[in-house]
Design a protein around this ligand. Structure first.
Ligand SMILES: Nc1ncnc2c1ncn2[C@@H]1O[C@H](COP(=O)(O)OP(=O)(O)OP(=O)(O)O)[C@@H](O)[C@H]1O
Length: 250
């Protein structure tokens, strides 16, 4: 479970998060949605202890962020930050191998190699394991980054907009794999998504942020509506029900 209480955050004097209280149950996929600048990445970065908690409390899997050693938290939560960059002259298997660091602390053993092989297999990267990252398509590269986070073997996975720049096939493939992480591998996934239709199609629950506050949360069918889009995004998009779920017509 992720439990967030009274979370406030300021950047350069501006209040970016304004009193977040949020409980996310174990398992499943939760999508954070909301307009640009709403605070989604900041919230994810705070949960992932990439930035320091200023005010409030975050607990993840029973560990309080800020009071737990980094190396212990690294076995609980893996994060793929927005626009993650590493050296292009890195091979796929080496990148995925980075995910094992919290377990082997620099001395990988047989279990780590097996975990890397399993991650490559799950993300359909086995045949590409010796390729350099700059020899991959955007979709393959994103799969490699998510595979690295998966290889970290943590119960919680935080992914910040992994669909950026992906075409429809690559985006659907990646979201299907992410869905599998929850359904088959039992991981709890929190993912920032800009495309609401991907969020409603693949997430179990949505958390909607606007100006640093949670303004709605629940199952996609309970949350996504034309009035919500008008209020949160300031746009008059239509919402239709197709196959029992809301679809935003753009
Ligand atoms: N390093 C920074 N310096 C100054 N302001 C920042 C910094 N990082 C974030 N902000 C501001 O904090 C607010 C929240 O940003 P954040 O990236 O968390 O929003 P977001 O919902 O993830 O947005 P997006 O959808 O555009 O990625 C924005 O107003 C942003 O300009």
């Amino acid at each position: 479970m992720i439990r967030i209480e009274g979370l406030h955050h300021q950047i350069a004097g501006a209040e970016v998060l304004r009193g977040i209280d949020l409980t996310l149950p174990e398992g499943g996929v939760t999508a954070l949605i909301g307009p640009n600048g709403a605070g989604k990445s900041t919230l994810l970065s705070l949960i992932a202890r990439l930035i320091r908690v200023q005010r409030g409390r975050i607990e993840i899997g029973g560990h309080v962020v800020g009071q737990t050693r980094d190396r212990d938290l690294a076995r609980v939560v893996a994060v793929l930050a927005q626009g993650a960059h590493v050296s292009a002259r890195l091979r796929v298997a080496e990148l995925v191998g980075f995910g094992r660091y919290p377990w082997h602390l620099g001395r990988p053993g047989a279990a780590d190699h097996a975990a890397v092989d399993a991650a490559l297999e799950r993300f359909d990267l086995t045949g590409l394991r010796h390729r350099f990252l700059d020899e991959l398509s955007g979709g393959q590269r994103q799969r490699a980054f998510v595979a690295m986070a998966f290889a970290q073997d943590t119960p919680y996975l935080l992914l910040d907009e992994p669909l950026n720049n992906l075409d429809i096939a690559a985006a659907r493939d990646l979201m299907t794999l992410v869905r599998g992480l929850a359904d088959e591998a039992g991981r709890t996934v929190v993912i920032v998504l800009h495309d609401i239709n991907y969020a409603t199609a693949f997430a179990d629950r949505l958390v909607v942020l606007k100006q640093g506050q949670v303004v709605a949360q629940g199952a996609p069918g309970e949350v996504v509506s034309a009035p919500l889009l008008a209020d949160v995004f300031g746009t008059a998009a239509r919402v239709e029900q197709i196959d029992g779920r809301p679809v935003v017509l753009v």
